[in-house]
Ligand binder design. Structure first.
Ligand SMILES: [Zn+2]
Length: 403
């Protein structure tokens, strides 16, 4: 009648109480596929019962498919982290906005993300370097800035309650007011047996949601901030996550700060290697503090970096260096940026050097590694506007070879 046609590829047919012969005739005439319950709308299932593991399978399958495409050992941790952040989280986020996701599904999504980050595949991430839930805090609290999907889901549901209270936001909210809430007030209406599982969940969430909504939160992010468990802020995050940081370098530096790198001493505790001596100097056990602070290789490399930066500071232990850097490397001066870049490169290249030696891919001397660091710093400043009237900057550019 309207002249509009149903799109065959987007339409499914559901039937009950007719013979399979008649069903076949209808299918032949219409060209529609026969659908399976639950009905899906824009990819999400329409159900009144508690969402089952089976209902969420399409989400899990899609995440797995993405992972399968990306499974590659050539991606660095930093590369995988970016992928987890953008794609996996946005897919899960879409579902988070529609449903109160069951715990079992939230756990499975977390598991998939964790395995992909640490192993690059959907293989068990046994001995994962840092537990997943621990990573899901902002960088200022010492984590990777991921979001715990459970908290995010709760925040989305609180926003849904905001829309219900305001009486707008979607057709579903209008429907809810018309057929479920009717003349009652959503704030204090009692739950009924006839309510669907998701409405019961929303009613239950009111005690958490109302104080948050009264606290002048606006965005889902604000609500998430109110919902999530906060941790003590760290003072070192700015020495690894800064505007011109190199992601894969910062990621290794972050693991070093948390002492999560699989050093030989750690691997020997786990029974993976027998010899836990440092491969750079062969003198003592390879621990984080040794590798990046006490080892003759690291000492010589770091003092060359300080020389290039015209700094004269005494030798420091690992902890002292982190304290000193967190306190001193502030602001956006050329020196600060050079030091942060050089320091993260220093950690990364030492880590690369020991792996190079362990896997017999040759070895490099301190001077060669220093040249690499200089080159990396030079590249990061290429085309950047540097105030060369400043005498300190001129000297730094000269020593570091920044043109
Ligand atoms: Zn050593």
């Amino acid at each position: 009648m309207s002249g509009l046609k149903l799109n065959v590829s987007k339409t499914e047919l559901f039937a009950a109480g007719i013979s399979s012969r008649n069903l076949q005739i209808i299918k032949n005439i219409s060209g529609f596929k026969e659908g399976l319950l639950p009905v899906r709308y824009l990819g999400v299932p329409l159900v009144t019962k508690k969402l089952s593991e089976h209902d969420c399978q399409p989400l899990i399958e899609r995440i797995k498919l993405k992972l399968h495409h990306w499974s590659s050992k050539f991606l660095s941790y930093a590369g995988r982290l970016e992928l987890v952040k953008t794609v996996l989280c946005s897919m899960a986020n879409y579902w988070c906005r529609q449903f109160n996701l069951p715990q079992i599904i939230l756990n499975r999504i977390n598991q998939l993300c964790s395995r992909f980050l640490w192993k690059g595949t959907d293989q068990p991430a046994a001995g994962a370097r840092v537990s997943w839930v621990k990573l899901c805090c902002p960088k200022s609290e010492g984590d990777l800035g991921l979001k715990n999907i459970k908290d995010w889901n709760t925040a989305c549901m609180v926003q849904l309650i905001r829309n219900i209270l305001a009486g707008d936001g979607s057709l579903w909210v209008a429907w809810l007011h018309c057929y479920v809430i009717k003349n009652e007030d959503f704030k204090d209406m009692a739950g009924k047996v006839s309510h669907s599982w998701s409405i019961k969940r929303l009613l239950k969430l009111r005690s958490t949601a109302l104080p948050i909504l009264n606290a002048r939160t606006k965005t889902t992010r604000d609500v998430w901030e109110a919902v999530r468990e906060k941790r003590i802020k760290v003072n070192w995050h700015k020495i690894i996550w800064f505007p011109s940081h190199i992601p894969k370098f910062s990621m290794i530096a972050w693991m070093a700060i948390l002492d999560r790198l699989p050093t030989r001493e750690r691997l020997s505790w786990m029974g993976i290697v027998n010899d836990c001596r440092c491969v750079l100097c062969n003198e003592t056990n390879e621990t984080r503090d040794h590798l990046f602070s006490e080892c003759s290789f690291a000492k010589s490399l770091w003092s060359s970096i300080l020389n290039l930066s015209q700094l004269h500071v005494p030798h420091m232990t690992w902890e002292e260096k982190i304290c000193w850097a967190s306190k001193e490397w502030k602001g956006k001066s050329l020196l600060t940026t050079i030091l942060k870049l050089a320091w993260t490169s220093f950690i990364y290249l030492i880590w690369e050097e020991i792996n190079r030696r362990i896997y017999h891919r040759g070895s490099r001397e301190v001077d060669q590694v220093l040249s690499s660091i200089k080159e990396l710093v030079r590249i990061q400043f290429r085309g950047k506007n540097i105030n060369r009237i400043d005498n300190v900057n001129c000297i730094l550019c000269y020593y570091w070879g920044i043109d």
